[in-house]
Design a protein around this ligand. Structure first.
Ligand SMILES: NCc1[nH]cc(CCC(=O)O)c1CC(=O)O
Length: 308
């Protein structure tokens, strides 16, 4: 019998990306019966990883974290790419498709700070570091006296900069901390009603070449349908609103008892104004639900809030 040809897994090289890719590798090995050495990992550094000193919204261009993996897929040097769904642009390059998502981790943000037990307890004027315009705006909305500052880099870098006292607090995704075995570092979990997560937060997406049935079939048993519906709604919402990545936007869908519920928010960067939207319906209509939520919200925004 001939050896099955390997399925090469592309990933970014950060510790979180590697942890996620290893999770896909282990699940794929379990489902396919292939040994893990027939599912090799190919780590790559992305443009987004190299830019450490600027906000990504300033660096311009979408897909800063995905370009190298996209190119490797199209060139055939990898067969699947593992992404944080949050970092995946709403539109993929021609020839690529999302094969599916692993079951979603906790979607919530956490606060990390040595200064207090929660956000309300932070001393007045505390400097909160985050690279996310959404998190910055939501912190300012809850605590207008705090100062927000750019904090980039991978999770480890951010934790070191918090430890050095350069800032008093930061926010991270609980999902990423859990995957790194660092959830115990969280000071407190922020509730989704005031800290609506980023679109895709907590979900691992797998991209493949469009029409690559061999890889699609191998991945199908790993993929979670409820996460797929939720992400379809969230990504459709973002696609309607995301003229630029300079707008603080949150969006989150859940699927329970056969019904999909979506909530979305757009804020001004200073957190002083916010518009929200809610929609529910059949998971089969996920994309339309997200799109209509986006259109409804966009129609209510004062001119100049979002581009495009
Ligand atoms: N933008 C970086 C990024 N992309 C995905 C995660 C966390 C894992 C996830 O949301 O699935 C993080 C770090 C963070 O926001 O704390």
């Amino acid at each position: 019998m001939s050896e099955p040809s390997p399925l090469v897994i592309g990933t970014r090289a950060s510790p979180l990306a590697l942890a996620q890719a290893r999770e896909v590798q282990a699940r794929l090995a379990a489902e396919s019966g292939l040994p893990e050495d027939a599912l090799p990992l190919t780590p790559m550094t992305s443009t987004g990883d190299r830019i450490q000193n600027r906000a990504l919204s300033e660096a311009g261009g979408k897909g800063l974290f995905t370009k190298e993996l996209d190119e490797a897929l199209l060139a055939g040097t990898i067969d699947l790419a593992v992404h944080s769904a949050k970092d995946l642009p709403t539109e993929l390059p021609p020839g690529l498709a999302i094969a599916g998502y692993l079951p979603r981790e906790d979607v919530r943000d956490v606060l990390l700070t040595p200064l207090a037990a929660d956000l309300d307890g932070l001393p007045p004027g505390t400097v909160v570091g985050s690279a996310s315009l959404r998190r910055q705006a939501m912190v300012l909305r809850a605590r207008p006296d705090c100062r927000v500052t750019l904090l980039r880099g991978n999770v480890g870098t951010r934790l070191r900069r918090l430890e050095s006292g350069e800032m008093g607090a930061t926010l991270l995704a609980l999902a990423g901390l859990k995957r790194l075995g660092l959830a115990h570092l969280a000071t407190t979990i922020l509730p989704t009603d005031s800290f609506l997560p980023a679109v895709g937060q907590g979900a691992i997406a797998i991209t493949i070449r469009t029409g690559d049935e061999r890889v699609a079939r191998a991945l199908a048993p790993l993929c979670d349908a409820a996460t797929g519906f939720a992400l379809a709604a969230e990504r459709a919402f973002l696609a309607v609103l995301d003229g630029s990545c300079r707008t603080p936007i949150g969006g989150h869908a859940t699927v329970e008892k056969g019904s999909l519920a979506f909530r979305g928010i757009v804020l001004t960067p200073d957190g002083k104004r916010a518009e929200t939207v809610e929609r529910a319906g059949d998971p089969a209509d996920a994309e339309a639900i997200g799109r209509e939520a986006g259109r409804d919200l966009r129609a209510r925004l004062p001119a100049g809030w979002v581009a495009g």
